[in-house]
Design a protein around this ligand. Structure first.
Ligand code: GLU
Length: 427
């Protein structure tokens, strides 16, 4: 298993390199993570016992600035996974022209099994062990799968205690009162929404005629489903880790969100006030949702959902990757042969890190922006880079994924080459 994910991620780099000439020194640098830290975090559990959790932080590349990326709490976290996620962050920040490199962190656990006290001790313990590896000018963690503003607040607080100095810019995605930014919680979905709104008109697709299925109903999936619903798209299927619902006539997403918030489950309901009634629907698994005959498929859960095994059965002509790495490189090829347009994670879900950057800027200035300002700047950035990647994909006749990598690679290579290449030393 080790290195499988990272080598899969590296295949995207290899593909992009067929379309762009960059110095061999830069290619060599980008193949390996700069630094990987593994820690064992001892946590006193509520029953008095002691448990040790495995944690990781990987700084992949910092040629363009301090490294940036989330921390996930999930049972499947491994060093290999964290390294590949850090690789993607490197390209994501470069694709969006954010002055950061890429990083990622994770702790292997099922967060649903821990109490809030235990989660707090774990989060603070993690920071105790990685404090010398992070910092506002070194590496800046943020939320990812199953981590949230409260956890980011604990992490920032712990780092500030260690440094004896309030240091809000060390972590992003914090609660507002601790230096968080307005719009950060909805930023990933909002950014994805702006890319969809920029790209769909290019295919003459109007919202009212477009059906959508969303896999994953967490922070990103539930918000993108609602944004699309409110913009007039017909969201016909949604799912969470337990499975999903499908109603060809369309679902009422605000009702489902309200229901999920009070019960923690997904149900096809229509709510009036606090009364929610079930509507006609089919129950389906996550795998079945991916294969629905819809116009837009939005994988917004975990990586490796569309693989060589099920890619041939995917029917949606457009896929927007809101999750990181939901499609393997083997699946990419099959989807491309079927004429399915894939809009890649490093562009589509970059709204999260973009507003994280805005949060870091605000922390360092000590001056905070309005929600309108945040969303306006996010819209400008997402729209601009989406258009640039679109042009590259047409100029080079390549997929949007390869175009996004080419776009990022040029910026990364420029930064790496600025420090000197073999040509500077041998001529
Ligand atoms: N975890 C998010 C991502 O994968 C956000 C990272 C950040 O804000 O630094 O893009």
């Amino acid at each position: 298993m080790t290195a499988t994910l990272l080598s899969d991620a590296n295949q995207r780099l290899e593909k992009a390199l067929q379309y762009v000439t960059i110095h061999e020194d830069a290619i060599e640098r980008l193949k390996f993570p700069k630094a990987s830290l593994t820690v064992s975090i001892p946590v006193r559990m509520d029953d008095g016992s002691l448990r040790v959790f495995q944690g990781y932080r990987v700084r992949y590349d910092d040629s363009r600035g301090p490294t940036k990326g989330g921390v996930r709490f999930h049972p499947s976290v491994t060093l290999d996974e964290v390294q590949s996620l850090a690789f993607w962050m490197t390209f994501k920040c470069a694709a969006l022209s954010i002055p950061f490199g890429g990083a990622k962190g994770g702790i292997t656990l099922n967060p649903k099994e821990l109490s809030k006290f235990e989660l707090e001790r774990l989060s603070r313990g993690y920071i105790d062990l990685i404090a010398d590896f992070i910092g506002p000018d070194i590496d800046i963690p943020a939320p990812d799968v199953y981590t949230n503003p409260m956890i980011m607040g604990w992490m920032m607080d712990q780092y500030s205690t260690i440094r004896r100095q309030i240091t809000p810019a060390v972590v992003t995605g914090k609660p507002l009162t601790m230096g968080g930014s307005l719009g950060r919680e909805t930023a990933t979905a909002m950014g994805a929404f702006f890319t969809i709104q920029t790209l769909m008109p290019k295919y003459d697709r109007r919202p009212e005629e477009t059906t959508v299925a969303v896999q994953g109903f967490g922070n990103a999936g539930s918000v993108i489903a609602e944004l699309l619903f409110r913009a007039g798209y017909k969201v016909v299927a949604v799912s969470d880790s337990q499975g999903g619902v499908y109603a060809p006539e369309g679902l009422d997403i605000p009702s489902i969100r309200q229901f999920k918030e009070s019960t923690r489950g997904i149900k096809a309901v229509y709510c009036k006030g606090t009364v929610c009634n079930s509507i006609d629907h089919e129950v389906l698994t996550n795998a079945e949702l991916l294969e629905l005959d819809v116009d837009i498929l939005v994988p917004a859960a975990l990586e490796n959902q569309i693989t060589g095994e099920n890619a041939a059965r995917i029917r949606a002509p457009f896929i927007f990757e809101v999750a990181n790495g939901p499609i393997t490189s083997a699946a990419d090829q099959i989807l491309e042969e079927k004429g399915i347009q894939v809009f890649p994670d490093i562009l589509v879900n970059a709204g999260g890190v973009t507003v994280s950057y805005f949060e870091w800027v605000q922390n360092r200035c000590g001056y905070y922006w309005s929600l309108e300002e945040v969303n306006q700047r996010l819209k400008e950035k997402m729209t601009r880079e989406t258009e640039l990647i679109w042009v590259i994909s047409h100029e080079l006749s390549c997929s949007m994924r390869t175009a996004a990598y080419v776009h990022a690679l040029k910026r990364l290579a420029e930064a790496i080459e600025a420090k000197g290449t073999r040509d500077d030393y041998t001529s």
